[in-house]
Design a protein. Structure first.
Length: 216
């Protein structure tokens, strides 16, 4: 089971904690809380890094994002990346973490929807290969899509129906880098915000299995 690390200011806060503690997480409440979390919920063995607010570009020695990943790895967590922009940042972080913790970044959940709607998974796989020629990218990138839901702020339906998800993901199935797909987000599948009969999906009973079948 994997936990998503993502919020409006998560990584800004992480960076602040790191800097205020002399470029370290040692002894911080953040470190202590994750240790308790790891012990209390052993079924959660991985953290998915969805950094969208603070991309730390400081040198290797004092990089808060890489240090955060390494702290979690040393507690026994595996790491996955969930990027949608800043390809250069994610590749650089991957390269650094591989030096000290080989094989602990398990895969990338590439966002190919909303802000990442123009992403081409092959471009990201090629960027990894260019920076880290020896790294095996086969089945390493999962192509992400989003489910159909009603956006109450914009007052309109957004995201894709299961059939649209299938058509979006299926062109990648023969690519070596393709490791599968994922859907954002589960709670919006369970509660799309309005009666699905008006969503354009052709059914008012669209659920988890429909999206799982679409990916399969």
């Amino acid at each position: 089971m994997r936990l998503l690390a993502e919020a409006i200011r998560d990584f800004t806060t992480i960076h602040t904690i790191y800097k205020k503690n002399n470029n370290s997480f040692r002894g911080t409440s953040l470190q202590k809380n994750f240790k308790v979390f790891r012990k209390t919920f052993p079924a959660i063995d991985g953290i998915d890094m969805d950094c969208e607010d603070y991309y730390d570009t400081e040198d290797d020695k004092f990089n808060s994002f890489a240090a955060f990943c390494e702290m979690l790895i040393e507690m026994g967590f595996d790491i996955t990346f969930c990027p949608y922009e800043r390809q250069d940042f994610w590749v650089a972080m991957m390269k650094r973490i591989l030096v000290s913790h080989p094989n602990r970044v398990k895969w990338w959940n590439l966002q190919c929807y909303d802000g990442g709607g123009r992403n081409k998974p092959e471009d990201w796989a090629n960027a990894i290969k260019k920076a880290i020629p020896w790294f095996p990218t086969d089945r390493f990138i999962l192509v992400g899509d989003w489910n159909r839901f009603y956006d109450t702020e914009r007052k309109r339906w957004r995201g894709r129906c299961p059939e649209m998800v299938r058509k979006h993901i299926s062109p990648f199935k023969q690519e070596a880098f393709f490791g599968g797909g994922f859907i954002w987000q589960m709670d919006a599948i369970l509660n799309p915000g309005r009666d699905m009969s008006h969503s354009g999906c052709g059914s008012n009973k669209v659920g988890m299995k429909d999206y799982s079948d679409a990916i399969q």
